[in-house]
Design a protein around this ligand. Structure first.
Ligand SMILES: [Zn+2]
Length: 56
């Protein structure tokens, strides 16, 4: 299994996926883009809501 590298959302340096702190800028959970996840979740909820309104 090869270790995955992701970009730190804060300083844009490559970091190992799943690390708790970015070794470059010390941001907590640098591989988790909270905003993106929240927007995605919200989008899914809206889509599901609209879908149930249309097909109900
Ligand atoms: Zn960083």
């Amino acid at each position: 299994m090869s270790k995955q590298e992701v970009k730190c959302h804060y300083c844009k340096n490559m970091i190992e996926k799943g690390v708790k702190n970015c070794p470059h800028c010390n941001t907590v959970n640098p591989s988790v883009r909270v905003k993106e996840v929240m927007i995605w979740t919200l989008g899914m909820v809206v889509v599901l809501y609209v879908a149930t309104r249309i097909f109900a």
